[in-house]
Design a protein around this ligand. Sequence first.
Ligand SMILES: [Zn+2]
Ligand SMILES: [Zn+2]
Length: 181
Amino acid sequence: MPRPGTLAPVLRSALASRGGKCYRHCDRPIETRGVASPLPGLWQVHACPSGVVSVTSYAERTRRDPTKAVRTVLRAWSVPPRLVRSWDLRLATRHGPELGRAAERFLGSTGPRRGVRVVYWRVYPTRGRDGIERRLFVCFRRRHKTPVFFVAPSTSRAAACPVCGPRERPGATAAGTYRDD
Ligand SMILES: [Zn+2]
Ligand SMILES: [Zn+2]
């Protein structure tokens, strides 16, 4: 018996990202990473190869509002935790028709009581008094057990992860080794 809130495979694939390109940053394809957490639902971090995050989402089949639990997890993953502001979290309920036929059939057959609730975390770029644009980055290096979210200048090629970045050799980025192309 799966944990309550866990998403069946048909729902996971219905919610899978269709890709897209990194908007107004590098034009490279967005990659989607799944992340494990103490919560039962599905995490997806959408980021470009340099580690610039477009959106992070958490989906759970539930009647409750998972926003608070999501905020707690995101704060544990962010340096500093106050990067996660309540107004950057948006809750949406996804219904069968918008998830496609297979998912709609599945939802109908397993009871309409619990929808799929998705919490989106989107942080828009900011420009400081110094004129430098800063964006949300994520680091997935294995030196830490969880993803690490942090803010750094958009142009940063060696976006320094505050947890593991300083020890990395020059030329590396938050998401891995930078390839000059
Ligand atoms: Zn990018
Ligand atoms: Zn790191």
